[in-house]
Design a protein around this ligand. Structure first.
Ligand SMILES: *[C@@H]1O[C@H](CO)[C@@H](O)[C@H](O)[C@H]1NC(C)=O
Ligand SMILES: *[C@@H]1O[C@H](CO)[C@@H](O)[C@H](O)[C@H]1NC(C)=O
Ligand SMILES: *[C@@H]1O[C@H](CO)[C@@H](O)[C@H](O)[C@H]1NC(C)=O
Length: 417
């Protein structure tokens, strides 16, 4: 198979339904009062809001955040003279200038992402009740033309071509990562050299490098493909003459906005820090243009800008753009690790998350299964931060579970010795 020879690694990312819930700006948590918030918890959330608002004012190029009616909701507002241009193709309505986000959901979910593996593995499907019969075919069938996975043998045979047995990447495996979008604003600043300095560079779909290296750099460690692009894999593979990229196929069933988040999700699940370039986050962008071809419909530029600003002000990412071109720019008022941790614990309680506030990392697991053996060489070669993390989670691997009410995880733990 040509494709497999060319790709060093082909894997599938599983999705976080959780993220799509708050990305829509819906503050829809149902407070199951299983956990009582302490005074410290409410204080932690209030001080997160306070710092968050200062951060958005200081870094948001005109954006302002305001606390909503509860401990979780925040509203990010654009200046009133902003002229929205993007129209919802279904309703014909212009994009609004005000977006609600649930900070509790964001803190709890993204911090969980940072400790999870977002790559779909055989181990995961084997461990998931009805994993092969129900989960696998729903997630993957369109990508490789499978029908329902009723015949597990046949199904596994086909999937084994693309599905790794165990996680190929670990939390904190890489230090500094850059995620490169494909917005036309990349051609305004020569970020190329700066981008090549990262430990890992993640690109999307067919975004070219050749002829644009001054702006987008040369390095490419991962390329995330959505299923549409995956069908044209030969073409995408030609983009990297040296065949050094690992190709990751996103099994996405969500909208375009969500696909953009996916790149970040993958990066956050294996990098210490995540910087983003080319995501059109400066004022004045009205439509999504691509640096290598004409503009495309379907993006929600203002919502995207507000969302990325939220992520920056939760300390998850750092934004680079023409108006934020200084590589040494300091994001002011980013909440400290301490503050995020306290706010996360409070959020987990408020949202009734599995294992909220517990010091045992395995308490967040709804399903615990024995691990498929790991290669000890891989583990011993990991950088120190990743090994420290492995120790903290007792060498377990944590996978997010979709549609799990308390956002419990599926965890695999080392086989008893
Ligand atoms: C499943 O597929 C395999 C391989 O094609 C075949 O040998 C086996 O008989 C099938 N099993 C069932 C229960 O259909
Ligand atoms: C780069 O530019 C050259 C010269 O204009 C052109 O022949 C080539 O096809 C371009 N490569 C890509 C990948 O666009
Ligand atoms: C993630 O792991 C780190 C240790 O690497 C730990 O301090 C943190 O509490 C964990 N976060 C969650 C949400 O479990």
């Amino acid at each position: 198979m040509k494709v497999l020879q060319l790709a060093l690694m082909l894997a599938l990312i599983c999705g976080f339904a959780a993220i799509s819930a708050y990305i829509n700006g819906i503050s829809q948590f149902s407070v199951s009062r299983r956990y009582q918030l302490t005074d410290e918890d409410t204080e932690a959330l209030l001080s997160l809001h306070d710092t968050f608002e200062k951060c958005v004012s200081a870094n948001g190029l005109g954006l302002k955040a305001a606390k909503g009616s509860d401990y979780c909701q925040t509203t990010i507002n654009f200046p009133s003279d902003t002229i929205p241009k993007w129209k919802d193709p279904k309703t014909g309505e212009l994009e609004s200038l005000s977006f609600d986000f649930n900070l509790c959901e964001a803190v709890a979910t993204w911090e969980q992402v940072r400790n999870s593996t977002t790559i779909l593995t055989k181990e995961f499907i084997d461990s998931l009740p009805n994993g092969w019969e129900e989960y696998a075919w729903r997630r993957i069938n369109k990508g490789i033309l499978l029908n329902r996975c009723q015949n597990k043998t046949l199904c596994m045979e086909k999937l084994s071509l693309v599905l790794p047995e165990t996680p190929p990447y670990f939390p904190r495996q890489f230090g500094r990562c850059a995620v490169i979008g494909n917005s036309g604003d990349l051609l305004k600043t020569k970020f190329g050299k700066e981008i090549d300095d990262y430990d890992v560079v993640i690109r999307e779909n067919g975004a070219p490098i050749e002829n644009y290296t001054e702006y987008v750099g040369r390095k490419s460690t991962f390329r995330l493909l959505n299923r549409g692009s995956a069908k044209a894999l030969d073409k995408v593979v030609e983009l990297d003459e040296q065949r050094k990229e690992a190709l990751i196929i996103k099994t996405t069933i969500h909208d375009i906005m969500n696909q953009m988040i996916r790149a970040l999700e993958f990066a956050l699940s294996m990098c210490d820090s995540v910087d983003m370039y080319g995501f059109t986050v400066d004022p004045g962008y009205k439509e999504w243009t691509r640096y290598f071809s004409e503009s495309r419909q379907g993006h929600t530029p203002l919502h995207g800008r507000a969302y990325y600003q939220m992520m920056e002000c939760l300390g998850l990412i750092k934004i680079h753009s023409p108006m934020r071109a200084d590589p040494n720019r300091v994001v002011k008022w980013v909440p400290s690790n301490h503050m995020i941790r306290d706010a996360r614990i409070a959020s987990e309680k408020l949202l009734g998350r599995v294992g909220a506030g517990s010091v045992n990392p395995l308490s967040a697991c709804s399903i615990i299964k024995r691990q498929v053996k790991r290669n000890p060489d891989t583990i011993s070669k990991l950088r120190k931060a990743a090994q420290d993390h492995m120790r903290y989670v007792k060498s377990s691997t944590m996978y997010p579970l979709e549609h799990n009410p308390g956002h419990g995880l599926l965890c695999t733990v080392p086989a008893a010795k």
